[in-house]
Ligand binder design. Structure first.
Ligand SMILES: Nc1nc2c(ncn2[C@@H]2O[C@H](COP(=O)(O)OP(=O)(O)O)[C@@H](O)[C@H]2O)c(=O)[nH]1
Ligand SMILES: [Mg+2]
Ligand SMILES: [Zn+2]
Length: 347
């Protein structure tokens, strides 16, 4: 199968960490009974930062992991120096089985797919209403990517202070995606946010609590600004970066997971900032998985010819909606999403 052909790294995980004492082990592996669990929050070349309890711990992959990839969101087992002190270095001895994997290829012709984030629950597609203008095709492609990865999509429309959200909201209504509109957020807002900002942030936060959410979207749409509003500790860190670089703008260069704190240090979910994407390659997507996101249409595909692309004259879905089984706008949306795989970004 194509999707696992080249990169088998995440399929050779042999055991799970639960049920202490009764876990099956391979003979080759050391036991690492004292290993502690952590979650990968960022990867900078070979250095992997994990959150262990409330501490960030820097680690490298143990040799025994071989070429297995470690990405943000991975649950790992660590040994070694877990103090989190400067210069302390831990080793990752195990990567647990992934619950989900958000994949993308650079473009549709590129068979090399990378896992961007592991174990996320939700994909937040962040789109500015203006500056930069919305790019519906990119949104559609991200939606297909989310459905394929089994992540629940969420649409975040930013910069409503610059343009109205109505048209965008209408166009995505048939898909039944949850949407939230944010307005007048500003990067580097010093001090306490005003009441209006607090309300906007609280509305977004409500949709993120209890889950791990990846933010994707074109550069400049306001992802990092939003993350900073959600995770105030991050805003302070960003401020320091700006002082060092002397730049007015902080540009995100790598994937970074931040805990949505409950105030007492326990994470109430994760928000994962990513660098801007210009495209979202869908080389790996199987249309039959996209249809699973349309439970109202899916049963109608039973009458389809084999390997139906659902855009051909004898597709059974036309009949399905004509006989009132589903809203025709839903079929239109499905077809638009499926067609987005064939068209190039920016067409
Ligand atoms: N007018 C307006 N500008 C915003 C808003 N949110 C973010 N911005 C600005 O948009 C620019 C890009 O924001 P940034 O968070 O770095 O975008 P990212 O590349 O998606 O992370 C910054 O100059 C922000 O101040 C908003 O709600 N309204
Ligand atoms: Mg950013
Ligand atoms: Zn069909």
């Amino acid at each position: 199968m194509r999707r696992y052909g080249k990169h088998t790294d995440e399929d050779d995980i042999r055991f799970r960490p639960d049920r202490k004492g009764s876990r099956p082990r391979t003979h080759r592996r050391p036991a690492h009974e004292d290993a502690v669990e952590g979650m990968v929050t960022t990867v900078d070349r070979g250095r992997i930062t994990c959150r262990v309890g409330e501490r960030p711990v820097v680690a490298i992959k143990a040799r025994e992991l071989g070429r297995k990839g470690v990405v943000v969101g991975d649950r790992v087992a660590l040994v070694g120096d877990l103090s989190g002190d400067r210069d302390a270095l831990a080793r990752i001895v195990r990567v647990e089985q992934r619950r989900s994997a958000l994949r993308r290829t650079a473009d549709d012709d590129d068979p090399y797919e990378r896992v961007v984030v592991a174990n996320a629950d939700q994909l937040a597609i962040v789109t500015a209403l203006a500056d930069p203008p919305p790019r519906p095709r990119l949104i559609d492609r991200c939606l297909v990517g989310a459905y394929d990865a089994g992540l629940e999509p969420l649409l975040i429309l930013t910069k409503a202070d610059l343009a109205p959200a109505d048209t965008m909201l209408e166009s995505y209504a048939p898909l039944g995606i949850r949407c939230v509109v944010t307005t007048a957020l500003h990067e580097g807002d010093a001090g306490d946010p005003d009441e209006a900002t607090r309300r906007v942030i609280a509305a977004v936060r409500d949709l993120l609590v209890g889950r791990a959410t990846v933010l994707v979207g074109h550069s400049g749409v306001g992802k990092t600004t939003l993350v900073n509003g959600l995770v105030p500790e991050r805003r302070r860190a960003t401020g320091r970066v700006n002082e060092v670089t002397g730049r007015g703008r902080h540009t995100t260069t790598s994937v970074l997971a931040l805990p949505l704190s409950a105030g007492d240090g326990t994470p109430e979910g994760w928000v994962i900032d990513t660098p801007g994407v210009r495209s979202f390659g869908l080389h790996h997507v199987d249309p039959s998985r996209v249809i699973l996101a349309f439970p109202d249409l899916e049963p109608g595909t039973e009458g389809c010819p084999r390997a139906c692309g659902h855009d051909e004259p004898d597709c059974a879905l036309d009949e399905w909606v004509a006989t009132g089984h589903a809203d025709p706008r839903r079929l239109e949306s499905l077809r638009r999403l499926l067609a987005t795989r064939e068209r190039r970004e920016g067409d």
